[in-house]
Design a binder for this molecule. Structure first.
Ligand code: ACM
Ligand code: ZN
Length: 540
């Protein structure tokens, strides 16, 4: 038996196995874990632990750990023992995992660590034993390698974004996306819910947002340069109930959903529904094509602030995330320059230009969210004209904005276009489906360092990083899968291991050789190019 005292965790989670007959079929190599744990000790005399009987979790509130549903269980299964102990040996997101001859013990200081440990254990189940279909148990008759793992993430914020506005993604796919994030120990899902081309979240107080704003009468197709459009009505939205379901589904996998409500730009869909919130009064159409549009919320109309507060009340009620994303990017100042209401607002508040007006807009919204116990995060344009006092910054136009915000002691998430825009090409544009442009290969992502160029004294403001998945050119969820993987696997290791990544890229490539079986077992349509290239390189 493993001594619990030795570990001094806040909470202890035991997972006990019944090992009936030690007939092993196969075991997964520890080196194939993605992300690789930060420390693994395999004493010489350790062997393999057969998983032949039932496994039952006791002490972990099962409702809170969706992964549980898939583990082999039966009425006579041995219990997991859950104990609360004093001590601080484990970091908040860390865990220890000890697989010995007769037990598997997970020790964690909290839920985040348990989720991470379960992800490691799941990856150590051979994919041939993964559930046939979702909700089925893992099949018995495999072995776990005996090991002692002490693991914790390098970065607290490990995110993936998804734009469901340019193309709408069904709720079943959002679940699948979250399953993929959980497998890779990502803990933030940035859900981009409003745009020029569609408003995707039901707000009952403003029904036209989804009656009008969720639908466009045509969509751009093909390469941007072709300027081609179909004439099909297109759209969709999530009901409040569906959004709550996603929040809960994510929570049970250790993931916080950060909703994004764009303002003051990228808002044509909302303005099509309520044109009186624009500077001109409309009429305005939900956008058909991609780009940046001049019509934005009027910054001098009190109704705009009332409307956005009303929207944010609902958003805060659905999403418990401490951070609410308010967009803030790509807001042309054209309309504000010639709008008497906007100009009056500038005069009254002694604002020197339209950038200051944008800062004033964002700061007003920040004050409202802060008063309700939330913080705002916005794209790096919110630095222009003065950063709102408590805002976190998402740095997308390179990392300079992030470095600037960190040195102003603001929290930062790095999401630079290069290499973290997963809407860019990844192998050879000639062989890939049409994308927005740019190029970010698997190994470009693996080489990314979120704190590069950040003075050491400000590293603590870099919460982590995130890849963004803008869907202008991704009409289907299959295409999203293709753009996301295997690059998200590389990002997961960047964020989990940070500077402790193995120096040689070869180790990661080798891990991916097995890891693609896991992607396949999840039914994930990863981009095959890099693997083909490795096979070709090796054959030569
Ligand atoms: C962005 O890509 N406009 C944040
Ligand atoms: Zn105006």
């Amino acid at each position: 038996k493993v001594s619990m005292k030795k570990f001094l965790p806040l909470f202890a989670f035991w997972l006990l196995l019944a090992c009936e007959s030690p007939e092993l079929t196969e075991a997964v190599s520890l080196d194939s874990l993605v992300p690789l744990p930060s420390r693994m000790d395999v004493p010489d005399d350790r062997g393999f632990t057969a998983v032949q009987g039932s496994v039952r979790f006791v002490g972990i509130p099962e409702d809170d750990f969706a992964e549980m549903e898939e583990w082999p269980q039966s009425a006579d299964g041995l219990p997991i023992i859950w104990r609360k102990e004093e001590g601080d040996a484990l970091s908040l997101q860390g865990y220890w995992l000890d697989i010995s001859a007769d037990s598997v013990v997970i020790l964690a200081a909290g839920d985040a660590g348990v989720h991470a440990a379960l992800s490691t254990l799941k990856q150590l189940v051979p994919t041939s034993h993964w559930p046939e279909k979702k909700g089925d148990p893992i099949r018995l008759g495999f072995a776990w390698p005996q090991v002692h793992i002490e693991d914790e993430p390098a970065f607290e914020y490990r995110g993936m974004h998804l734009d469901v506005c340019r193309h709408f993604m069904p709720i079943e796919f959002i679940e699948k996306y979250l399953d993929n994030l959980a497998l890779h120990k990502f803990n933030r899902f940035h859900w981009h819910l409003t745009e020029d081309q569609g408003w995707r979240i039901e707000i009952k107080k403003y029904p036209k947002l989804t009656e009008v704003g969720a639908w466009r009468s045509a969509s751009q197709t093909g390469a941007y340069s072709e300027q081609r459009f179909d004439s099909t009505r297109y759209g969709g939205f999530y009901t409040q109930e569906e959004a709550r379901h996603i929040v809960d589904y994510a929570r049970r996998r250790g993931i916080t959903v950060i909703p994004e409500i764009e303002m003051p730009g990228h808002s044509l869909a909302a303005l099509a529904a309520y044109p009186e919130l624009s500077c001109t009064g409309g009429p305005i159409e939900v956008a058909h094509g991609w780009g940046v549009f001049d019509d934005v919320y009027c910054a001098g109309n009190p109704e705009v602030y009332t409307f956005l507060k009303g929207v944010l009340d609902v958003v805060m009620d659905i999403f418990p995330s401490p951070l609410i994303h308010i967009g803030g990017d790509e807001c042309p100042k054209t309309r504000w320059e010639s709008c008497s209401k906007c100009q009056l607002e500038m005069e009254r508040n002694k604002l020197k230009d339209e950038h200051a007006l944008q800062s004033h807009f964002i700061t007003r919204m920040e004050r409202y969210l802060n008063a309700h116990g939330r913080n705002i995060i916005g794209w790096d344009e919110i630095l222009e004209g003065g950063l709102a006092p408590n805002a976190a910054v998402m740095s997308w136009r390179g990392t300079a904005g992030g470095i600037q915000a960190a040195s102003m002691e603001h929290e930062v998430v790095m999401t630079p276009g290069k290499p973290l825009y997963f809407d860019h090409y990844q192998f050879n544009p000639g062989e890939e489906p049409v994308a927005i442009g740019g190029f970010n290969s698997l190994m470009d992502v693996y080489a990314f360092n979120p704190v590069a160029g950040v003075p050491a004294e400000y590293h603590r403001y870099i919460l982590g990083a995130q890849a963004n998945v803008w869907t202008e050119y991704m009409e289907t969820s299959d295409h999203v899968e293709h753009m996301v993987q295997p690059r998200a696997s590389a990002l997961s290791e960047v964020l989990w291991l940070g500077g402790k990544r193995p120096g040689e890229d070869a180790a990661f490539r080798q891990a991916m050789d097995y890891h693609i079986q896991r992607l396949q077992a999840m039914g994930w349509k990863y981009a095959p190019y890099e693997f083909k290239k490795i096979a070709t390189d090796e054959a030569q």
